[in-house]
Ligand binder design. Sequence first.
Ligand code: PLP
Length: 287
Amino acid sequence: MATTPTVYLNGRFLPLDEARIPVLDRGFIFGDGVYEVIPSYSGHPFRMAQHLARLQRSLDAIQLPNPMTTALWGRLAKKLIGLNEGRDQAVYLQVTRGAAKRDHAFPADPTPTVFMMSNTMSTPARELVTNGCACVSATDNRWLRCDIKATSLLGNVLMRQRSAEADCLETIMFRDGFLSEASSSNVLVVHGRTVSAPPNNHLVLPGTTNDVVIELLRKARIPLTLRELHEDEVRAADEIWLTSATKEVLAVTRLDGVPVGSGKPGPLFKRVYRLYQNFKRTVMRRN
Ligand code: PLP
């Protein structure tokens, strides 16, 4: 039988089923908080510095001081990974504006709530990598600060539910006719030999995995453009890829029931997937 996971809450490591927060926590009442999900392979967090830099940007955007130093986040993550099961784990960390009398305006002197957990993570199954996945599409009706990794995820939750109900992996979103991202992934497309992706702005989360893929494409001198992509261009693409810390890079082979390109993961996907796995191995060997 699996043991109860150990989590971190406000300065203490304790069993998950003993972790409690007050009902007036602003994370619970307003979704007034931010979070990160950091993959860890064989005990080593991957792209930790980049995740913590994004956490800092999210905290700055909601005017909440960072309750920890980078070094302390790193030590806590490592300790938590050691206390939990699984060779590969996904470390989740969340900072909220803490408990206060319910009022939309910030409390004068908030005490943030800091929560961390680390769950066993499986990298995408071989079958999913080999055959690709199916997605649906929807109009992006979320707010206009999608660059903040906020815990108020209702828009994303409703989007993901659409794909779950269609037995698909993701919902790819278009805002005013242009590609934004998917409910919990970034999206890249391929036309011929060129990869394109929407630029980072307030309409998308700047993905850490997307950044790795972009770095790898540049290193391999694979043509890349960062630009707005019209829905028609996405539907006419030869390949569509999803990226996220836990999905890594996956090929979308059906969109709204229609095959993408050949209907199989394309040649550029296969190349980038290999580059990504090699990069992961190299980084992990250095740790
Ligand atoms: N876009 C959204 C809305 C997300 O929630 C996520 C990850 O959860 C991503 C993109 C991908 O980001 P990352 O590669 O850092 O996991």
